[in-house]
Write a protein that binds this ligand. Structure first.
Ligand SMILES: *Cc1c(COP(=O)(O)O)cnc(C)c1O
Length: 377
């Protein structure tokens, strides 16, 4: 039996131990401490924005982002169906309703269908997009940059402007991806919409165990996120709270890990990129990332006609592979929600397997996976 090859696991061989040890030795382990500020500053610099707000998870970040964009329980929010459920659940935390959209061939939200939906199923009244079917105000959309791709932000930003939608970027899987060409050249996933969110969960490209970060060009939004993430405290001495807040702030321990990880992010991306092209060179048909972007190569998507057979075959060889997420509009909590002409997502759901992509995969690991796939027939 060979060595187990996991799908995506943390890589903690840099300054992680030193920084976490320092946080413990100085006894700054909670939400105050210099690592939180340093990590925020470091990440903001990396994606070329003035400021970032650290929080407990990507999910918490998305919840804060929706609240900050003014989404209320009587509103609706456009979301993709092909993504991890944490992109959609925060809409429900607020009590608002999601409307599900299809994907394009990059697995991200299809801008053509998005425009069709706005044109055909909605009306614009007093600068508000109103869903004809429900009469409700569609206030925002969550755009997910699936697997390190970037959604078609040129089109999406234009549509959002025309139809008065706030754009929340779920960049939890795409930290480090940026446009290399076009109108948005140089802009990073997460920084193009109204507000963007990263995740540092254990399987993401860098990890803090669990954690998230919110970015925006709008500093009022960031102030609001920070305020809500720290229990909406209006007076720090007398503990006056004018609103119901949340305990969503990142801890110094998490941030110590995060800072050490951030130092290695570009190295991780280079390794992932190398391995991606190694698979491709040996004839493994991985989906391409969008043209004109530098992807972070977070996850590799392999198209197969025999998804479950191949999955079982590889799992038996101790190679962890996984199908993509069951489409959210088909899941129990969301079956009654509105969805719009979803077909492509279904096809990708039925055919894609994610292959091992950790930044600490060895050359032998990659060769083992390639040989195993080639031996399957
Ligand atoms: C990981 C992920 C999240 C949630 O991030 P957490 O930090 O695990 O809460 C949200 N959306 C997508 C698409 C993700 O992959």
């Amino acid at each position: 039996m060979g060595q187990f090859i996991p799908l995506s696991v943390p890589n903690l061989k840099g300054n992680e131990l030193a920084y976490v040890t320092e946080a413990i030795q100085t006894e700054w382990v909670s939400t105050a401490g210099t690592y939180v500020n340093d990590f925020e500053k470091g990440l903001a610099d990396y994606v070329h924005v003035p400021r970032a707000v650290a929080c407990q998870s990507g999910t918490a970040g998305l919840h804060l982002a929706l609240l900050t964009c003014g989404v209320k329980k009587e509103d609706e929010v456009i979301v993709p169906t092909l993504t991890f459920i944490a992109a959609v659940n925060p809409v429900k935390y607020i009590g608002a309703d999601p409307i599900f959209m299809d994907c394009d061939d990059t697995l991200t939200i299809d801008p053509i269908k998005l425009r069709c939906f706005c044109e055909e199923e909605c009306i614009v009244s007093q600068e508000k997009l109103i869903n004809k079917k429900t009469g409700k105000h569609i206030k925002a959309m969550v755009v997910v940059h699936v697997f390190g791709n970037i959604a078609d932000m040129e089109q999406i930003i234009e549509i959002a402007k025309q139809y008065h939608l706030k754009v929340i970027e779920d960049a939890t899987e795409a930290l480090g991806s940026y446009y290399q060409q076009g109108k948005l050249k140089g802009q990073f996933a997460g920084t193009m919409g109204d507000i963007g969110v990263y995740s540092f969960n254990g399987n993401k490209i860098i990890t803090t165990g669990g954690g998230g970060m919110i970015v925006s060009k709008n500093t009022e939004y960031l102030d609001r996120c920070q305020y809500l993430s720290t229990q909406a405290k209006d007076d720090t001495l007398y503990f006056v709270h004018d609103e119901v807040g949340y305990n969503y702030r990142m801890t110094n321990l998490q941030a110590a890990l995060g800072l050490a990880q951030l130092e290695q992010l570009e190295t991780f991306i280079r390794t992932k990129q190398d391995n991606y092209f190694k698979y491709k060179k040996e004839g493994i048909e991985l989906l391409s990332f969008r043209e004109g972007i530098r992807s972070n190569y977070w996850f590799y998507s392999y198209w197969t006609e025999q998804r479950d057979l191949l999955m079982n075959y590889l799992n038996e060889k101790e190679i962890q592979v996984r199908p993509i997420w069951k489409l959210i509009h088909t899941l129990k909590p969301y079956q009654e929600c509105q969805s719009f002409r979803i077909d492509k997502a279904l096809l990708y759901y039925e055919h894609i397997l994610n292959l091992p992509c950790s930044s600490n995969l060895t050359q032998e690991n990659v060769a083992t996976v390639i040989t195993a796939i080639q031996s399957f027939s």
